[in-house]
Design a protein around this ligand. Structure first.
Ligand code: B12
Ligand code: SF4
Length: 524
């Protein structure tokens, strides 16, 4: 039995904490089920000074301190690792999650304090590492799915661990270890009336993976999208592919989990953090969401307002919910059922309305479907929340014009995000050289600069410079076609003579073929 401490790093410092970290909460539950003693220091929820980590690390005799999160938590993790190693030198420092899986070798070089890291899906890798620690055996070379060091500090990746076969074998996340009141106080968000008035919202995850291949997206190496292979130097390295092991929880698992949250924590809202509910529904041949909605209603989770067809107010009982959708894959009959079961809003990554950009993106949508999706979703009663991006590699004045025209036609106002090449994504590997050039060769400086894509970090637009993109963002926001025309008159003749700002390259770490990582053999 090991004594382990999880540290949840600060994410989105400029915003209040809104999400209990699902991955950490699941791993904590798995570890406790194996008999380990687990504590969590939720730095993101508490927002105390960084040095509090020292007190927490010295508060007990930890066998392992565990830290991880998405790439944008790197700044915090870097500082935290130094303090953890000083304050708890005897504890093994374990890392995991997106920040590590996307670039394990670099992270191990930059953060020498980390002893071992779990790469990709960690439901089985993490307890395997804990078992080693319990036995005081710190040779991790026999554990699948990790990065570890030898005595000189050199790092090695072991072969990929198969994804688990049946998600329903997972325990529910260990919510009780987190300061829920802090999260509940930040339940409200502006996406719909019901979510704005929510007082007790919690995240849930119904599925892993998305069959699509948007070039800016990444699947965390947890969805069959990752292989481990020898690179040109003969060292094991991560390779991300278009392969997927699509898996979803049974509607029974999801509904009984939500019922438990309703009965135990009195939640009024469940936010699905799944990558894309509609691609899952397609994978189930259109049965998954329908069954989920039917069981949601059967379990008494349907909100009163939907049951009675009356306006939502503070007396409404039941659980509203939201998720992510897809312009080409949503079906009116399914949306209608989702509305009845309590769905309030769906995020649509429309991204652009330019035919050429959409064709290259890997999203499987087009300008016509993007435009239609808003009306189709609204007709069901669910609010569509569109996302728009600017600064695509192929962006031109014409593509920006197409997007503005569609926004005018649909009556949408959107401040676009800037196209950003997050580690793990296809864009990251295609434009890595250009990104490095924009940061004087310092990759770590780029990683430390990454935020939520509302500011420009490295541009990957082949035609537009940062100055132009900043102006274009404002022009799209204001839907100012006149200013766009003026800018084009001024710049287009000049741009014909300029060399591209960035150029794509092929990379060992990205293989655009449908070659999935291993999936465990079905038991029973
Ligand atoms: C919830 C979420 C958020 C939340 C917070 C996440 C959090 N606290 O961790 C918020 C809303 C803040 C957020 C923001 C952003 N996000 Co986000 N987010 C997600 C989302 C939807 C779910 C994450 C999740 O819980 N997954 C389920 C759990 C089970 O998986 P997991 O956490 O990865 O955990 C597993 C492993 O990774 C590992 N693991 C995880 N942590 C640890 C720790 C240890 C010690 C160990 C051993 C293992 C381990 O074990 C788990 C089991 O296998 C994912 C997409 C998705 N569905 O996964 C995107 C995702 C993580 N986000 C992403 C992005 C790009 C962003 C934004 C940049 C988007 C934007 N443009 O604004 C911002 C960043 C903002 C900022 N300033 O930092 C990318 C990640 C890119 C990257 N290279 O890291 C993802 C993958 C979306 C995508 N498909 O591209 N996000
Ligand atoms: S549809 Fe969404 S989850 Fe799927 S690849 Fe595209 S951005 Fe990623």
């Amino acid at each position: 039995m090991a004594k382990i401490l999880f540290i949840n790093p600060v994410v989105r410092e400029e915003d209040v904490p809104r999400h209990i970290p699902y991955g950490i909460a699941l791993l904590a539950a798995i570890a406790m089920k194996k008999g380990h003693l687990v504590q969590v220091y939720d730095a993101n929820a508490h927002r105390l000074p960084l040095e509090t980590i020292v007190e927490v690390c010295q508060a007990d005799d930890w066998d392992a301190v565990c830290i991880g999160g998405l790439t944008t938590t790197y700044n915090y993790i870097k500082k935290a690792c130094k303090l953890i190693k000083q304050a708890a030198p005897k504890a093994q420092l374990i890392a995991g999650g997106g920040f590590l899986t996307s670039m394990p070798t670099e992270i191990f070089k930059w953060l020498p304090e980390i002893d071992v890291g779990c790469i990709g899906e960690s439901f089985e890798t993490f307890p395997a590492v804990l078992e080693k620690i319990d036995n005081k055996d710190f040779d991790y070379s026999t554990v699948l799915g990790v990065i570890h060091r030898d005595l000189t500090g050199k790092s090695f990746l072991t072969p990929v661990r198969p994804n688990i076969h049946d998600l329903d074998t997972l325990p529910w996340p260990a919510w009780e270890l987190f300061p829920l009141d802090i999260y509940f106080a930040n339940s409200a968000n502006l996406f719909s009336e019901e979510s704005f008035t929510s007082k007790r919202r919690m995240d849930i995850n119904g599925s892993f993976g998305c069959g699509l291949t948007c070039k800016y997206c990444w699947h965390l190496g947890t969805t069959g999208d990752m292989l481990i292979e020898e690179n040109e130097e003969g060292e094991n390295d991560v390779v991300f592919t278009y392969g997927r092991n699509i898996r979803y929880h049974s509607p029974d698992y999801i509904v009984s989990m939500v019922k438990h949250l309703y009965d135990t924590y009195d939640i009024d809202f469940a936010a699905f953090i799944d990558e894309n509910l509609m691609t899952m529904d397609v994978a189930s041949k259109g049965t998954w969401l329908k069954e989920l909605c039917a069981k949601w209603i059967e379990a008494g989770l349907q909100p009163t307002c939907r049951q009675k067809g009356i306006p939502h107010d503070e007396n409404c009982k039941g659980v509203h919910w939201n998720g992510t959708s897809h312009a080409g894959l949503h079906r009116p009959d399914t949306l209608k059922l989702m509305y009845e079961a309590g769905c309030t809003h769906l995020v649509y990554g429309l991204e652009s309305f330019d035919p050429y950009i959409l064709r290259n993106l890997g999203k499987g949508s087009n300008a016509r479907k993007n435009k239609q999706s808003i009306a189709t979703c609204l007709a069901s009663g669910i609010k569509p929340i569109p996302n728009i991006i600017i600064g695509f590699p192929e962006e031109t004045f014409e593509s920006v014009r197409n997007t503005i025209n569609a926004l005018i036609e649909l009556g949408i106002t959107a401040k676009p995000h800037f196209a950003t090449a997050y580690p793990g994504s296809e864009w990251y590997y295609a434009y890595k050289d250009s990104i490095l050039a924009q940061y004087n060769g310092d990759l770590e400086a780029y990683i430390m600069d990454l935020g939520d894509a509302s500011k420009i970090t490295a541009t990957i637009s082949q035609k537009f410079s940062p100055v132009q993109l900043l102006g274009l963002q404002q022009i799209v926001y204001l839907k100012e076609l006149r200013l766009l025309d003026l800018s084009e008159q001024h710049w287009a003749p000049v741009q014909q003579h300029l060399s591209p700002v960035v150029e794509p390259k092929t990379s060992f770490n990205l293989r655009p073929v449908k070659e999935a990582g291993p999936l465990a053999i079905k038991v029973g």
